[in-house]
Structures are given as C-alpha cells and as structure tokens.
Design a protein around this ligand. Structure first.
Ligand SMILES: Nc1ncnc2c1ncn2[C@@H]1O[C@H](COP(=O)(O)OP(=O)(O)O)[C@@H](O)[C@H]1O
Ligand SMILES: N[C@@H](CCC(=O)OP(=O)(O)O)C(=O)O
Length: 379
C-alpha cells in the first residue's frame, strides 16, 4: 500500500499513549496535549475521527502524589483508584485543549464485554456513528475502575483495534514516545527504525518489548499484536512519535514517518469481522484432528461427528471457540446448538441427531457461514 493512499483515509482511530501526554519524569505535559489537539482538529476535518486516549492512571497518580518506584510497583487496586481519580482530569484536559478549535468531545468508557457481546457492540457502533454524524469527537478509554481481569481489554493498543472494528476504520495511528518500531529496544545503542513491516512475523513479535514506564501498559508488544490483528481485519496501522510536532499531519500527507503496517488485501466484514476481533467464546468446542483439517483446509462446517467434548456453557447463537488444544482455539463461530445439546450429540453422525435429542434443528454444530478461522499467531 503506497503511503500517499493514506491521504484518502476517511475513518481513522488515533490512539494516544501515556508517554505522549507526560514528560520524561511522568508529569502530565499540558503543552503536548494542546499541540496534539490542534493537529487532531486539522486531521478530523472532513474525516471520521475517534481518539483513544490513555493517561487516566498518570493523571490520577499526579493528583494523588503517587511516586513511581521500580522497587515497589503499583498494585492493581492502586492503578484502578488512580484511573478513577485521573479519568475526569484527563477528559477535562482534552476538552480544554480542543475547545479553542471548536471541537466538541464525548467521553466513551468501554470494557471488553461491551464489544464482545453482539448486542452491546451494535449499540456502541450506533452511538459512535451518531456522535460522528453530529461532528463530535469521541474520546475512548477503558473503563478501568470496573474492568477486572476477565472483562478487561487490558491495554489501549488492543482497545484501539477493537474500536477500529466498531467504526470500520481504514487506519489506526498509535502515538507513542518513540518514533516507531525498532529492531531492538530503542533505549539500547544502535537501534534501527523499521519504516514498513509488511507482515508481523514471529521475529517481529520477538523484538517488540515491554512498556517504557510504570504508568504505561503493554509496550511495543501489544502494539505489534494489535497491528497484526488490524492487518487481518483490513486496517492499516502506523506507529508514530506523539512528541514529534506534525508527525501525524505528515503521515496523512504521505511523508515517510514512523512505522507502517499495511492491511492484508482480504478483509473480514460485518459479523465475521466482529467474530474474529471482538467476540469472545462463551465456551470451547473441542474437535478431533480430522474436523480441524476440514474446517481449516476445506472451509467446511463443524458437524457433530468431529466433536470430542465441550467446555463451558453457551446457548444457541452464542459465540464459541473451536479448538483441538483448548489453549489455542483456531476458529470461532456462532453455536447452532446449546452446550448441553452439543454434549449429547458429540461424536454422532448427523442422521443420529434426532434420535439423541428428540428433534433436529440443524445438521451443523457451527455453520461455516457463521465461522471465522482465527489467526492463532505465528507458530
Ligand atoms: N523494539 C522496540 N521498538 C520500539 N520501542 C520498544 C521496542 N521494545 C520495547 N519498546 C518500548 O516500548 C515503549 C512504548 O510502549 P509504551 O511504554 O507502552 O508506550 P505508550 O504509553 O505510548 O503505549 C517505548 O518507550 C520503548 O521503550
Ligand atoms: N487505561 C489506562 C491506560 C492503559 C494503556 O494501555 O496505557 P498505554 O500503554 O500508555 O497506552 C489509563 O488510562 O491510564
């Protein structure tokens, strides 16, 4: 994908990391917020723009006078408390920074569950669409105060990827505190910047390290993982320095800045895109190797004969993971039968379904039209 195509981007998500909103000592940097707002106001003209902003923990830590120490890292409750204190401050800072440019802002706080549940996902999509029609800039963050491990997206790089799926963005720009992806941690001497990463391979994942500070989450590793998922979704990702003036404007003018991850040519739309990116399996259907091959290599539906067992509880129409090894699901789909029904027909031929259940609604446990193969990551 040539860089000058980026100028035609109609819908984009810009994710701002903590390191972009704070200075080297971790203090909130209002000047950078103001400069970024001026650039984002320009970028948003004539485009659908959504901002995903981290920084609640850093703003809260500043107000509470919490000092960072490598020896005594903050526990989860402290981070959640800091986020609760800091989120209003963060939102106010953005509101004040955008006001001089006439940009109205809306606060959207999400958890993974909001996007994993199809009904709530469609609700969120409708709200985003209406906000954008009204010319309002949605500013998204994870709802850190309520998001415990099970319902947490966990990092805002992944959240930005989910939001991109929700608004069908062509591009996600991640603004961070380094110029892009380097061949090693840029704090080491001799690190070289990648301009283009055509594919996120295992090697690329290996060189992407952890976070730069206690206030950030994830580091390069979560950005690269999000870029891999986005690429499969048909969305480009750019990593840029949020501290470098004009970097975002230059990117959209086709200038070579930062690191670009182009989209894969074939994209998953609508329900399948949601299944692959946002949905979480309510349970797992464990299948035998033959069924796995039929699904992966021949695009077949899952029939009861290939089912070995079922983990968890789910109803008809719920998203379910499909796996040979329960730690690495290779597909996700909408269940044609509930978990207890699948348990009763596991291993049977389709002709035996009716005898086992007393009725037969479908031949397939998961129909191929309701199924996507997952990118289980590089081997
Ligand atoms: N290969 C790499 N290339 C670039 N940065 C890296 C790499 N490995 C680790 N990092 C670290 O990732 C940090 C950016 O991630 P993070 O601290 O989570 O930022 P943000 O708050 O913007 O999300 C950089 O400051 C850098 O120290
Ligand atoms: N939701 C948290 C930030 C989570 C996060 O991913 O932070 P970062 O790595 O700076 O993008 C906050 O607002 O502080």
């Amino acid at each position: 994908m040539p860089r000058n195509h980026l100028a035609h981007t109609k819908t984009l998500v810009v994710k701002v990391g903590t390191g972009t909103l704070t200075d080297a000592s971790g203090r909130v940097d209002p000047q950078n917020c103001a400069r970024l707002a001026a650039e984002l106001a320009k970028v948003g003209r004539g485009r659908r723009l959504v901002l995903v902003s981290s920084g609640a923990i850093a703003f809260g830590a500043e107000r509470l006078g919490l000092v960072r120490s490598r020896a005594k890292p903050w526990d989860i409750a402290t981070k959640q408390a800091a986020a609760a204190v800091g989120q209003p401050d963060l939102f106010r800072a953005w509101g004040e920074a955008f006001a001089p440019h006439g940009v109205k802002v809306a606060q959207v706080l999400l958890t993974a569950e909001d996007l994993a549940n199809r009904k709530r996902f469609l609700n969120a999509r409708r709200t985003f669409a209406r906000l954008l029609e009204l010319g309002v800039l949605p500013i998204v963050n994870e709802n850190d105060t309520v998001a415990v491990a099970e319902i947490k997206v966990g990092d805002n790089d992944s959240l930005a990827a989910l939001v991109a799926g929700c608004v069908e963005a062509e591009l996600v720009v991640m603004l961070t505190d380094v110029d892009g992806l380097y061949d090693r941690d840029p704090r080491q001497a001799g690190a070289r910047l990648f301009e283009l990463v055509p594919r996120v391979t295992a090697e690329v994942e290996r060189i992407a390290g952890g976070a730069g500070s206690e206030r950030s989450v994830g580091g390069m590793a979560t950005k690269v993982r999000a870029a891999r998922r986005l690429s499969a979704q048909g969305t480009a990702t750019a990593l840029l320095s949020g501290r470098r003036p004009r970097a975002l404007l230059d990117l959209l003018a086709g200038v070579k800045v930062g690191t670009l991850f182009p989209p894969e040519p074939e994209r998953l739309n609508g329900r399948k895109g949601w299944l692959a990116a946002a949905a979480r399996g309510k349970g797992t259907i464990l299948v035998d190797a033959g069924a796995a091959r039929a699904l992966k290599e021949r695009g077949k539906s899952l029939l009861p004969s290939g089912v070995r067992s079922v983990d968890g509880q789910f109803g008809v129409g719920d998203p379910v993971d499909i796996a040979v090894d329960r730690r690495r699901p290779f597909a996700r789909g909408l269940a044609g039968y509930g978990a207890d029904e699948v348990r009763r027909i596991a291993g049977l031929k389709t002709s035996e379904i009716e005898r086992a259940l007393g009725y037969k609604d479908l031949d397939e446990v998961v129909h191929r039209n309701d199924m996507v193969l997952l990118d289980a990551g590089p081997e």
